[in-house]
Design a binder for this molecule. Sequence first.
Ligand SMILES: [Zn+2]
Length: 172
Amino acid sequence: MSDTTAKVINLADRRAKKEHEARNAPIPGWIVWLHCPKCNTLEYSEISMPDGRVHKKCGTLVEEEEIQIDVRAEYTISMRNSKRLDELFRETKIPGFMKPLAKKGIGMLENLQAAEKEYRKRLENIAGGTVSPYQDEWDEKSLDMDLKILDPLGLILTEARQPDLHFPEVVS
Ligand SMILES: [Zn+2]
């Protein structure tokens, strides 16, 4: 092998390695939880507003709590939740699935799925474009945080999606 060929291969290797690293690097971001003290409502926003903001519904200045996130980790977990919901959705279509529960159950799954999609849309807003998830081997338990598992569905909520951690006096 000539020196030139070796150099080209080396360069290609390095580029591939860099691309791999970029796809597997955390994307830092923030989620803000907003609490309206008048309406006692909680909602999240991906938009940081250093000068504060008011609740649209009542005009009261809201309390804010910023949570630092890894956008890619949040996105990956949300994708896994969606996959789980798809599976559960298919299970409810199996003939013989308890009928009275089915209707209520499907509505609940649809709401949860919509919430996951909405969350990923916000994450894309933060990242300023599409976000690629971590690879299948990536384990959410590698995150140093309290993950909440929603039983019996098996959905995972990161700390950024547990408002009770950030406003414990509101959610009890
Ligand atoms: Zn309000």
